[in-house]
Design a protein around this ligand. Structure first.
Ligand SMILES: Cc1cc2nc3c(=O)[nH]c(=O)nc-3n(C[C@H](O)[C@H](O)[C@H](O)COP(=O)(O)OP(=O)(O)OC[C@H]3O[C@@H](n4cnc5c(N)ncnc54)[C@H](O)[C@@H]3O)c2cc1C
Length: 215
């Protein structure tokens, strides 16, 4: 997730959050199909399905974002859609280690706690880092990171699979977030291009509309 498009952020102010939900104002409400990963309500304006927020890419970043937005008390009345190109989520093995790991910062640690994923990460596998030393390859220069007396961790090493699975488990309990697999973004038009809503076109030709697009 390299770029972030905040197209109509003003709609998500706390003041607006207490207004009647957008879903109630829209002319037509569609029922969720049984094949949907998460039950949710969608609304249409004309012929394209409309969501308040669309997030493209269900990797660690997109899934964490969907979970954080979906659990935000100010966004409870917002329909959030997470689009993922892959066919489905594969539960990682808890028996085998994966060598794809991330060193996560204190900010990410706090985010994981906030969205409720940290407990599962800790239960599965995580290694705290108290001190880190980085050496220059061509000289004796080095830099060391640690808190005085090693009072706090400076980082945590977590397998990517464990991180994603733990966030994903939290996302399963968020009713206003829907996850769609086999849904690859092909192109988009942003509100700033003159439209009143962003348009997302999927590889299969389907068109979706949204007020806020993350990709
Ligand atoms: C080989 C390699 C090694 C790395 N090693 C490390 C490391 O040691 N430590 C570390 O901290 N970081 C490492 N990184 C970086 C780390 O993996 C990334 O920063 C992190 O995965 C980014 O997460 P993400 O969710 O943004 O993207 P990703 O994990 O790449 O997820 C993107 C998701 O978007 C989906 N997608 C892509 N295109 C579309 C589309 N058009 N429509 C819908 N869905 C789409 C993909 O299917 C995927 O699920 C490494 C990266 C690579 C490639």
């Amino acid at each position: 997730m390299n770029r972030l498009f905040c197209t109509t952020l003003v709609k998500y102010s706390p003041r607006n959050a207490v207004l009647p939900s957008r879903a109630a104002q829209w002319p037509r409400t569609l029922a969720t199909t049984a094949s949907n990963r998460h039950a949710n309500t969608e609304s249409t304006t004309t012929d394209a399905q409309h969501y308040d927020i669309i997030i493209v890419g269900g990797g660690m970043v997109g899934t964490a974002l969907a979970c954080a937005l979906g659990k935000n008390s100010r966004l409870q009345n917002k329909n959030i859609l997470l689009l993922e190109a892959a066919a489905g989520f594969r539960q990682p093995s808890t028996e085998q280690y994966s060598n794809r790991v991330s060193a996560i910062s204190k900010g990410t640690y706090r985010l994981m706690r906030t969205i409720g994923a940290w407990e599962e990460i800790e239960r599965t596998r995580v290694k705290p880092v108290l001190k880190m030393q980085v050496w220059d390859a061509c000289s004796d220069a080095l830099i060391t990171f640690n808190y005085d007396d090693f009072a706090e961790n400076i980082s945590w090493i977590v397998e990517n699979d464990v991180l994603l699975a733990s966030i994903y488990r939290q996302l399963e309990g968020v009713p206003n977030v829907r996850v769609r697999y086999s849904s690859k973004l092909a192109s988009c038009e942003l509100i700033r291009d003159g439209a009143d809503r962003s348009t997302v076109r999927l590889a299969d030709g389907e068109t979706l509309k949204c007020d806020l697009l993350f990709m």
